[in-house]
Design a protein around this ligand. Structure first.
Ligand code: 5CA
Length: 467
């Protein structure tokens, strides 16, 4: 046989295998899933997102402020992380992964080992070496950078990771919102001078507005205090929610600013100015006299919110202390200018629920929903009903939609309330009568609206986010 024929035959085999693979989608059946929903409101939960995350079987507390993520919760966490990844890539940031445990010596170099106090979890290994569970990564990334980059020609760089952090918060509360162990996206930029570093800051500013918008949130960038990270330029991104721990004071028009395009080659100053021209500050930076002088009374917005992101430009604070130098165009060594950029990935799960729920449960925005569609079989075991359910499941899955199939032998009422509780954007209900007519009842979880349609039409409706 000639090489060409072998290739063709192999290709044929591969295609056949692929077809077989597509046909053999493993149904995500609720009868096999791990969804330990709670009927009662857990007494320990003070805010709605914490209550709903426990009730919907998304997380379980293992000790104060430390949680296990169950399958449903993990799917949301991963969807949020993926949106962050996509937007970071557009902004030119590179993903990497640093460890959770760090050596104490680099923190001694920066001077933060003692400053960080009791929030830092300190560990000693069997050789009596001091380690710590990272609360953030400025030191470690600076060490990596200084050991690898020598010249301005390798700048700019922006590196990030999505990794668990530990801060021994004095009062962990509100579930994943103020945890001790929590998942953070933290990114770090390296530039030759302040002007370039400020551009890096602007890019991430834009990427954060875009990321939160994609998650179904409107985030307000507010001028912020830099705290233990340091520096003089900082913004927090706050989503409005009554249960938020932050207080914001802003001009209402900041909410009407458009979400920017991902055009990172353009001058971003007008976009940033569009937001920062208005007074918008968190409580630590608030200046009542300035607020009243700058904002007309009917535009003054004072509200509570959740800090979902925080960005910093701190110049040469760490590069000076840790000797992260690069040779400039004139051959002289200069410390790099740095910024750091955080997103509270696990906090966002709670934050999104605070913003998106009703009396029945969670109402997930499409982009972060653990599944797009909850398919309810009203009579498992009935041949026609099973067949139509499985056909709809396959069709939806082939269109890259995530479907959770409730095939359990349960009362219809219990199935409906579980679906309402876990908040999937669409519910598709099939019973023996519908199966006979080839029809599906569809419920929009956002509006509660129901309609009965044929399979074809159902496919069309279910593949788009509900209005
Ligand atoms: N190194 C910088 C930026 S990478 C940093 O650590 N910034 S931070 O302290 O503001 O944290 C970044 C984000 O992590 C915050 O905006 C918040 O959304 C989230 N976060 C901070 N502490 C907690 C916590 N205890 N529980 C859950 N999320 C938290």
């Amino acid at each position: 046989m000639r090489a060409g024929e072998v290739c063709l035959r192999l290709l044929g085999d591969m295609l056949r295998l692929k077809i077989r693979f597509v046909k053999k989608v493993q149904l995500m059946r609720l009868s096999n899933y791990f969804l330990p929903v709670l009927k009662e409101n857990p007494a320990e939960a003070q805010i709605v997102s914490h209550r709903l995350m426990l009730r919907a079987g998304m997380v379980r507390q293992s000790s104060a402020g430390i949680y296990s993520w169950l399958p449903l919760g993990l799917r949301v966490l991963n969807k949020i992380a993926d949106i962050v990844r996509q937007e970071q890539a557009l902004a030119g940031a590179l993903e990497m992964l640093m460890p959770t445990l760090q050596p104490a010596e680099i923190w001694r170099e920066s001077g933060r080992y003692d400053d960080y106090g009791k929030e830092m979890l300190r560990i000693t290994d069997r050789h009596d070496r001091d380690l710590l569970y990272g609360p953030t990564n400025e030191e470690l990334i600076t060490q990596i950078f200084r050991d690898s980059v020598r010249s301005y020609k390798e700048l700019p760089r922006n590196l990030y990771h999505i990794q668990w952090k530990f801060r021994d918060e004095i009062r962990p509360r509100f579930g994943v919102m103020r945890g001790r162990e929590f998942l953070m996206k933290d990114g770090y930029s390296f530039d030759i001078d302040e002007a370039n570093a400020r551009r890096a800051y602007q890019k991430i500013f834009v990427s954060y507005l875009r990321s939160f918008k994609r998650m179904g949130l409107q985030a307000i960038p507010v001028a912020a205090d830099t705290g233990p990270i340091g520096g003089d330029l900082s913004h927090e991104f706050i989503i409005l929610a009554e249960t938020g721990e932050s207080e914001v004071f802003c001009h209402a028009d900041v909410l009407a600013q458009p979400v920017p395009e991902a055009d990172y080659a353009a001058d971003l100053t007008p976009v940033i100015d569009g937001y920062t021209q208005y007074y918008a500050r968190s409580d630590e930076m608030h200046d009542a006299a300035k607020f009243e002088a700058e904002v007309p009374a009917d535009k003054r917005l004072t509200a509570r919110g959740i800090e979902v992101g925080h960005i910093f430009y701190f110049g040469t604070k760490y590069s000076n202390a840790m000797k992260a130098l690069v040779a400039g165009p004139d051959g002289k060594d200069v410390p790099v200018h740095m910024g750091s950029y955080g997103i509270g990935v696990s906090r966002l799960v709670g934050g999104i629920i605070e913003a998106c729920h009703d009396d029945e449960g969670i109402v997930w925005p499409w982009a972060v929903a653990p599944f797009h569609i909850g398919l309810i079989n009203l009579k498992p075991g009935d041949e026609a009903t099973d067949a139509l359910c499985e056909q709809l499941y396959q069709n939806l899955t082939n269109h890259n939609l995530d479907v959770l199939y409730d095939d359990r032998d349960e009362r219809a009422g219990a199935k409906f309330s579980t679906m309402d509780l876990i908040g999937l954007p669409w519910q598709a209900v099939i019973g023996p009568r519908g199966a006979k007519a080839g029809e599906v009842e569809i419920k929009n979880r956002v509006t509660g609206e129901k309609q009965t349609v044929a399979l074809e039409a159902a496919m069309k409706i279910l593949s788009q986010p509900p209005a």
